[in-house]
Design a protein around this ligand. Structure first.
Ligand code: GLN
Length: 484
């Protein structure tokens, strides 16, 4: 039995029954990380602290303590999430030496549940990208085929789970960064409702869109992770006062009978890849033949969501990244003429090309004379999109779409064409713009041997519904874990 291939659910039972210790599990995880380090999924491996924590968990268990389900399980977090004792680089040269001064709320929650954080995952620089190639420490490779990208920006987080280096990871999703890499790597990714998971201690990209969420090997594991990290946080002013739902206990009904699944033709009009189309159509047929009803809905403005996203996210990024000036944060230049030159030189040397592109775009759309034409207009279209989803959810429980327009592409294939890169997010960004939850689950394999993903979008705070339908699909229609 290859233990690293197991789910949290299974290893947690084994830990409880003392068939394996947490120290053994962490050692297995660290050896797998070492053996596959050329994937470049991790920037930092926390061997010492992980082994120490695992020993503590084993000791508690030996004393007969009843521990949470995550206790003793190796987990990875994305490198834009602060954790004391680690660097938080956001895969940027600018923050190469930046040490986390405090724990993000999600880290405290994981540690309180006894999870063992074994490493910090590489990502696109400051979470800007769709391929993990803008990472300042080299590109991340897709464990299913290292010549291909793992997606981004949480490419390291998805790759470390798909590569069986750990049992689950945390990513962040501003426009698709959990779902798109999960789809490319053949794992399960959840972008929760905006506000459900605290952003405290997570480096901001676009604060009104950013959301932390789990990447796992199974849907049920995703519910376990969400139970652990969700909840109101007084430290974070956009945190939602939403009561705890006990997703793992309450979501799974093992039926989709009577469920209404929304089909918006706007999601499919521009789709050219026949394999992607076919895999989603197969899923629709499956749900239909298992008692779900397919309902036609209209989302006329979702194809404008990408333009809205790149205006709003870049505007917010330009403001958020202003703090990285070489004084408050970041690597300082040693040669400069005056203060302004110091800022310019530090930022020029510290940021990569894509980050600079976003800062310039963001400052442009915020500048006087253009603010109304771009920023305010994008905000107005955002409202239209929100209203369209609100209307759609009066007719259905979930909405179905592909996660991405294609399977993973080769490393280097799209780096010189930003527009083509941005088009990767065409199906994922409307969800962030409307602040909704959505999951990506594997739904097929393309002829290049790489996984395809299905996106299921829910109404605000309907994560339970997403877990139920996704789990039903994973159990009864398609799972990559079995074909592997
Ligand atoms: N790929 C998108 C971008 O580059 C989304 C990134 C994200 O969700 N963090 O902006």
């Amino acid at each position: 039995m290859n233990i690293m291939n197991e789910t949290i659910e299974n290893v947690s039972t084994m830990l409880k029954n003392k068939q394996i210790s947490s120290v053994e599990l962490v050692k297995d995880s660290l050896s797998k990380i070492e053996a596959t380090k050329e994937l470049n999924t991790l920037h930092e491996v926390c061997s010492e602290s992980a082994l120490q924590k695992a020993q503590e968990i084993d000791d508690l268990r030996a004393k007969g303590q009843d521990l949470p389900i995550l206790a003793g399980v190796p987990i990875v977090i994305k490198d834009n999430i602060s954790m004391v004792g680690t660097f938080t680089t956001c895969s940027s040269k600018f923050l190469e030496n930046y040490k986390s001064p405090y724990n993000a709320t999600v880290v405290d929650k994981l540690l309180n549940a006894g999870a063992i954080i074994v490493g910090k995952a590489n990502m696109d620089e400051f979470a800007m990208g769709s391929s993990s190639e803008t990472c300042a420490f080299g590109p991340v490779h897709n464990p299913r085929n290292p010549e291909y990208v793992p997606g981004g920006s949480s490419g390291g987080s998805a790759g470390t789970v798909a590569g069986n280096q750990c049992f689950a990871s945390l990513g962040t999703d501003t426009g698709g960064s959990i779902r798109q890499p999960s789809s490319f790597c053949g794992v399960v990714g959840l972008k929760p409702t905006y506000g459900l998971v605290s952003r405290y201690g997570v480096v901001a990209f676009a604060s009104s869109l950013d959301q932390v969420g789990p990447i796992t090997k199974s849907v049920r594991d995703s519910a376990i992770m969400l139970d652990t990290i969700a909840g109101y946080d007084a430290n974070e002013f956009t945190s939602a006062k939403h009561s705890t739902e006990h997703y793992y206990e309450n979501s799974f009904k093992n039926s989709v009978k009577g469920m209404k699944i929304g089909f918006a033709k706007e999601f499919f009009e521009s789709l050219q890849n026949q394999e992607v189309l076919q895999s989603v159509m197969n899923a629709i047929d499956f749900f239909k033949s298992n008692g779900a009803e397919i309902v036609d809905i209209k989302l006329p403005h979702i194809n404008d969501a990408l333009a809205v996203y790149y205006v709003l996210s870049s505007a917010e990024a330009a403001s958020n990244l202003a703090r990285f000036d070489g004084i408050k944060y970041g690597v300082a230049t040693t040669e400069y003429k005056d203060l302004i030159d110091f800022y310019v030189q530090s930022r020029t040397q510290g940021f990569g090309k894509e980050v600079k592109r976003r800062i310039m775009l963001g400052n442009f759309v915020l500048s006087s004379g253009y603010f109304d034409a771009y920023y305010n207009k994008a905000k107005a279209v955002q409202n239209l999109i929100i209203n369209e989803f609100t209307d759609a959810f009066k007719q259905c429980d979930v909405i179905i779409s592909p996660t991405t327009p294609s399977p993973a592409f080769k490393i280097g294939e799209k780096v010189d064409n930003p527009l083509e890169m941005y088009l990767n997010d065409i199906y994922t960004v409307p969800v962030n713009i409307a602040r909704l939850p959505a999951m990506s689950i594997p739904c097929g394999v393309a002829s290049n041997g790489l996984p395809l993903g299905l996106q299921l979008i829910g109404n605000r705070f309907s994560e339970s519904t997403l877990f139920n339908i996704s789990d039903y699909f994973e159990k009864n229609c398609f799972s990559l874990r079995e074909v592997k």
